[in-house]
Design a protein around this ligand. Structure first.
Ligand SMILES: [Zn+2]
Length: 335
């Protein structure tokens, strides 16, 4: 509350947890409503329990004014860019990320991009936005996901209740709001994979994901708060500001050159590594043809690695697509 960077980064936490009162506590997937601790939980519907809650939490953060519309779009741009670059989408279905919770959620940070253990949160922000957009399109603007929530999560006032649901219950409720092949939609979203992220909701809501050389205030806050350099959309490296490699985006230039999690970049173009030296080198390489020259420490060994990268800094933003109606602004508008 007293640090603006941290406040805006964490602003969606309370709306997220409040949403769980309905989506999680009152309505809960059948497999997560176990009678005692001897019965294993089944996480197959976590894309509703956490995915829809993440979408609604972000949306309520904007509607309540805890994030401005600009900040809400910056947050969505980061999620969209992150998932669109997620290397684990080349092999792992979203359904499997939910099913695999008991075994994979608490592994270390390295290779996390390739494992994508908790994408049923962020990827489903994109999927539920897509659902919201389809409902609005199918109903010619008369219905939205708000109507689904009222039907599915609305109940009687009174003592606490637990009402479980199945995949079919979710599909039937969606169809009561707007007739559509929801079963086909969700089967496709859950059991197929990339490369590339599900951007149908972002694009359908009247906005486009672009990259430029200016980080959004939210990206700056991320870097400042986490002591990181956000180089995952340029060279595919999640860096600490001391050159430590937290993770890599497999398939992008950094990983292809042999850089991996746990290594440390100690020098860039002959300079001791620093955030400034890194940004200067990326800027200098853009107009030229000389590669970035890195000295990389890998436990007791040092290697010189050349990155033939000339694309400049890449930071995600959403920009308006004037050929489509602006649904996103309406979605984020206070009620
Ligand atoms: Zn949650």
């Amino acid at each position: 509350m007293i640090d603006e960077d941290m406040r805006v980064l964490a602003a969606s936490l309370l709306p997220h947890e409040m949403t769980h009162s309905w989506n999680g506590k009152y309505r809960r997937p059948k497999g997560l409503a176990t009678p005692d601790y001897q019965v294993p939980m089944e996480g197959d519907l976590l894309w509703v329990y956490e995915g829809l809650t993440s979408y609604l939490g972000d949306l309520l953060t904007a509607r309540s004014g805890e994030r401005t519309p600009d900040q809400a779009r910056d947050s969505l741009a980061l999620i969209a860019a992150d998932i669109d670059h997620r290397s684990g989408r080349v092999w792992r279905d979203l359904q499997d990320t939910a099913d695999g919770v008991p075994s994979m959620q608490l592994a270390s940070r390295g290779w996390m991009d390739y494992r994508r253990p908790v994408d049923y949160y962020d990827e489903d922000v994109l999927n539920w936005l897509w659902v919201d957009v389809i409902i609005r399109q199918q109903s010619k603007g008369t219905k939205s996901l708000d109507d689904f929530c009222k039907l599915f999560h609305g109940g009687q006032s009174g003592p606490p209740m637990l009402k479980t649901y199945t995949f079919d219950d979710v599909m039937n409720a969606l169809n009561q709001i707007a007739a559509y092949d929801w079963r086909g939609f969700w089967t496709e979203r859950l059991t197929t994979h990339g490369p590339g992220g599900p951007l149908g909701g972002v694009n359908g809501s009247g906005w486009k994901l672009i990259y430029d050389e200016s980080p959004s205030p939210l990206t700056r806050a991320n870097e400042h708060d986490g002591k990181t350099i956000e180089a995952q959309f340029s060279v595919g490296l999640f860096l600490k500001d001391n050159g430590g490699v937290r993770d890599t985006v497999e398939g992008m230039i950094g990983a292809k050159a042999g850089i991996g999690p746990g290594m440390t970049i100690v020098a860039v173009n002959g300079h001791k590594f620093s955030a400034d030296a890194w940004h200067d080198a990326i800027a200098a390489a853009k107009p030229g043809s000389a590669p970035l020259e890195l000295i990389v420490e890998n436990s007791d060994y040092f290697r010189t690695i050349k990155l033939d990268y000339h694309g400049g800094e890449k930071y995600p933003h959403l920009v308006r697509d004037e050929s489509k109606p602006d649904m996103l602004t309406e979605i984020y508008r206070a009620r």
